[in-house]
Design a protein around this ligand. Structure first.
Ligand code: AMP
Length: 829
């Protein structure tokens, strides 16, 4: 880091997916400067705010991670350092890549009073406050947590909590390391039981919403529950319902330890003790090294049993918010830090939290300032006033809702969609209510507290507040299939009507919506962008959305508007021989919002042989593009067999005087160049590639235990045979086409017609240049050949970028952000 120009005292923002690399990067950064980990799901505006507010000198970003941060950092002139994980090395190993500094700063040990971590907390204003935490704050807290949980070198923590929050960073990571134990940093909650099986942890820590999700799945994991090694389960960051605590204890047969913490205290303040000491359901436990008291409004210390504001002090507590004297004067009273939480201590020193004096929404442990949401909603032209507020929620603890006073026309889904464009997904209100007026106090100040009750929005309302709609049965096989998925995800016995709203009428929330979309993708192979689902969250709406992305069964229209609006140069995406547009919907989500994205359908093929030329197809596409009145610069992206078509489109547009700002190709070979190779050359290249494949898979399999090998190998094995089958089918198609006989069923559909056309294509040399994406995972039927054979076609050169994932997964989560990031970078150039 020093060689790349980072110096002591620098603030370094860190953005990347959860996992061992993030943990190692955090530790690495704190040995030089101060680390500011940021939530990778933030939108560009949010990144702009955080990076500026931090006065960060540098952004460290995981290769292929959320591109919005990179673009913003570039705009702000920050130093950008990329973390490139080493696929062949052990978990957590990576290289920092960046421009070397002219002077490398000398090595020095940071002082205990230097800032090591800096995080934002949601304040009572829309502007979050900056909490600096020193090395002393962090180490004290890590030791206190280790002592209260009696951690030893034999302990192993399974960390599913994000590493941009003190809970994951201090309780899971630092407390484990401080105790000499180990910690497995997972990419998220995704496959909790698989990881638990593999890592064999002695404890895990999470927020109650995660415990609920784990408990739901635990019911099918009797085998693991019978043999796990968990000493205890820790819960914190939001209130744990005693019923959930009891259910967890009975399912796992391990004590559940509820703790209380906050960012300003470098996490833990209090915790219930381990057995044989008493843990009290409903209490957040006893002080664990931090001094803890309760005061009244005048600042007087209260006796046990008396309710007031919880105050703390100790070496783990921050010295004060950064650059915010006003917040500091409110936060500190007689040396005590006021937590903004309300509660009382019982006679044995156990703290019970009873409420909150500060204005924030605690959604599954994520703290959200309601003012931030108000500001986004009033930016909508139809909204005159807005107030976001918390509503009790069965899974999340609290959910975000908002009330608006309208001065124009806008319905709930429009406003939620508007918010979703500007706010990270967890901040988007689950419900937006239209009201005549908002309750104001005598001074005209908005009365947010109690707004939910005033509007009559209870948890029950949130689940069933939907307008009553007539129940309608599914009308197609697809609708029936989707209705079943809705029922499964929402754990409802009765099948929903096709017009029942997932959120309003069926009580779904965004967690359940994410699960549903994954289920739907598994069933149909089609990924639906959440924004599209929000727009009409019903079985009928989802069925229509799926129709829109599937290749058209008939008709002559090729162009699919994936995201039609926006003032930037549009991106035209040409799919591979399967005509699958799903990946482009994923991609659109990571590209700049102002960039229109179009997909192209393959021409329909029926029982007859279709023998078209790539050039004719490109011509037909362009005719439709021109008829649609599209002019001005644009960019093209071809995937696999779509690349020749993309190249032809680029050439045609350029020849017609329409600038093509970027020609990009994903994992695509120039077959003409391959044909030019001699048999001996081909054999050598294929052998080299075979070796690469073996090394790649061996390195991956070494990391998976034997039990994980089938899950790793099976999809690859299937892909291997599918490709073999298709190559054979293509040869057969070409041979049979000459005979004019009817087409066998297995060769019908657009795939073989497309492969056949591409196999006959001869590219012309062109003055343009290309951006070529190579996928990290080598695949069957590939060659280790320079620029995949394209260097002689593009006179302007071919820039090759390696992207995470495989031929099949590069445009899927979690890899798609990689392609999007490079595309936006190249487009910005
Ligand atoms: P954060 O700074 O994100 O860690 O949030 C700190 C806040 O989370 C506290 O001030 C409390 O309002 C809340 N919190 C943390 N732990 C608990 C808990 N066990 N029960 C209820 N609220 C909690």
């Amino acid at each position: 880091m020093r060689r790349l120009g980072v110096r002591g005292g620098d603030r370094v923002a860190l953005v990347g997916p959860n996992g061992p690399e993030m943990a190692a990067a955090f530790l690495a950064i704190t040995t030089v400067g101060s680390c500011a980990p940021l939530n990778p799901v933030y939108r560009a505006e949010e990144f702009a705010f955080y990076l500026e507010d931090l006065r960060a000198s540098t952004l460290v970003i995981a290769e292929g991670a959320a591109s919005a941060a990179t673009a913003v950092a570039q705009r702000l002139g920050l130093r950008i350092i990329e973390m490139k994980p080493d696929a062949a090395a052990a978990a957590g190993e990576f290289t920092f890549r960046g421009d070397p500094a002219t002077v490398a700063f000398p090595e020095r040990q940071p002082d205990p009073e230097e800032e090591a971590l800096v995080l934002h907390t949601s304040g009572t204003t829309s502007r979050p406050k900056l909490v600096p935490l020193t090395h002393r704050n962090l180490v004290t807290s890590a030791r206190q947590i280790g002592a209260s949980l009696e951690l030893t070198p034999q302990d192993r923590c399974l960390n599913v909590m994000p590493l941009f929050h003190v809970h994951g960073l201090v309780a899971a990571l630092l407390a484990s390391l401080e105790a000499g134990g180990s910690v497995a940093c997972c990419p998220g909650l995704g496959e909790f039981f698989k990881w638990a099986e593999e890592m064999d942890p002695t404890w895990y820590t999470a927020v109650p919403a995660i415990h609920q999700a784990v408990l739901r799945e635990a019911r099918q994991r009797g085998d693991w529950l019978a043999r796990h090694r968990l000493r205890f389960i820790r819960s914190g960051s939001a209130a744990l319902a005693p019923a959930l605590m009891a259910a967890l204890e009975s399912a796992f047969g391990a004590p559940v330890i509820e703790a209380y913490g906050m960012t300003e205290a470098a996490h833990q303040i209090a915790s219930n003790p381990l057995p044989p000491h008493v843990r009290k359901p409903g209490s957040v436990g006893v002080a664990t090294g931090t001094e803890l008291a309760v005061i009244d409004e005048s600042g007087r210390l209260l006796d046990p049993g008396q309710t007031g504001e919880v105050v703390i002090r100790g070496p783990n507590v921050t010295a004060g918010y950064d650059n915010n004297p006003e917040a500091n004067s409110r936060a500190f009273t007689n040396g005590w830090f006021r937590t903004g939480d309300q509660g009382y201590l019982d006679s044995e020193g156990y703290l019970f939290l009873t409420g909150r004096l500060k204005e924030l929404i605690n959604r599954a442990g994520e703290k959200i300032a309601p003012r931030e949401i108000d500001e986004v909603l009033v930016a909508h032209p139809a909204v005159a006033q807005a107030a976001a507020f918390a509503v009790p929620h069965s899974k999340l603890g609290e959910a975000v809702a908002a009330a608006v006073v309208l001065e124009g026309d806008a319905d709930e889904s429009e406003l939620r969609g508007f918010a979703a464009q500007r706010l990270a997904p967890f901040k988007v209100p689950e419900r937006v209510f239209t009201v005549e007026t908002l309750p104001k106090g005598p001074t005209g100040k908005l009365q947010r507290a109690g707004l939910a009750e005033k509007l009559g929005v209870t948890e029950l309302d949130l689940r069933h507040a939907g307008r009553a709609r007539r129940f309608e049965q599914p009308t197609s096989k697809r609708e029936a299939e989707l209705a079943r998925c809705f029922g499964e995800v929402l754990c409802r016995k009765e099948t929903p009507g096709i017009h029942d709203d997932f959120f309003d009428a069926l009580g779904g929330d965004s967690l359940a919506a994410a699960t549903l979309l994954v289920r739907v993708e598994e069933e149909t192979g089609i990924a639906i962008a959440p924004e599209r689902f929000f727009a009409n969250a019903t079985v009928a709406g989802l069925a229509a959305a799926l129709e829109d992305v599937a290749p058209a069964p008939a008709g002559d229209r090729f162009l699919v508007a994936i995201r039609p609006a926006g003032e930037l140069a549009p991106l035209i995406c040409v799919p591979g021989a399967h005509g699958n547009l799903a990946g482009f919907y994923h991609l659109a989500r990571y590209l700049r919002r102002e960039r229109p994205v179009y997909g192209l359908r393959l021409p329909p093929a029926s029982g007859r042989f279709v023998r078209y030329r790539v050039e004719d197809l490109a011509e037909a596409y362009m005719e439709e593009w021109r008829t649609a009145g599209r002019q001005g610069p644009c960019a093209v992206l071809g995937v696999c067999s779509g690349s020749p078509v993309a190249l032809e489109i680029a050439q045609r547009l350029s020849a017609a005087g329409q600038p093509v700002v970027l020609t990009a190709m994903l994992d695509s070979y120039n077959l003409t160049a391959l044909r030019r190779l001699t048999a001996a050359e081909t054999a050598v290249l294929r052998w080299k590639h075979f070796e690469q494949r073996i090394t790649y898979h061996w390195n991956h399999l070494r990391r998976t235990r034997p039990a994980g090998a089938p899950a790793y190998l099976m999809p690859r094995w299937r892909a291997f045979w599918r490709e073999r089958g298709e190559a054979f089918g293509q040869a057969l198609y070409g041979a049979l086409a000459a005979t004019g006989r009817p087409l066998p069923r297995a060769l019908q559909g657009p795939t073989y017609a497309c492969r056949d056309a591409v196999s006959r294509y001869e590219p012309h040399r062109w003055s343009g240049r290309a951006l070529l994406f190579r996928v990290q995972e080598p695949r069957d039927g590939a060659y280790d050949i320079e620029a995949m054979g394209w260097q002689d076609v593009f006179a302007g050169g071919v820039e090759v970028r390696e992207v995470p994932g495989s031929h099949l997964t590069a445009l899927r989560e979690p890899h798609v952000a990689g392609v999007a990031g490079f595309l936006e970078e190249a487009l910005a150039e």
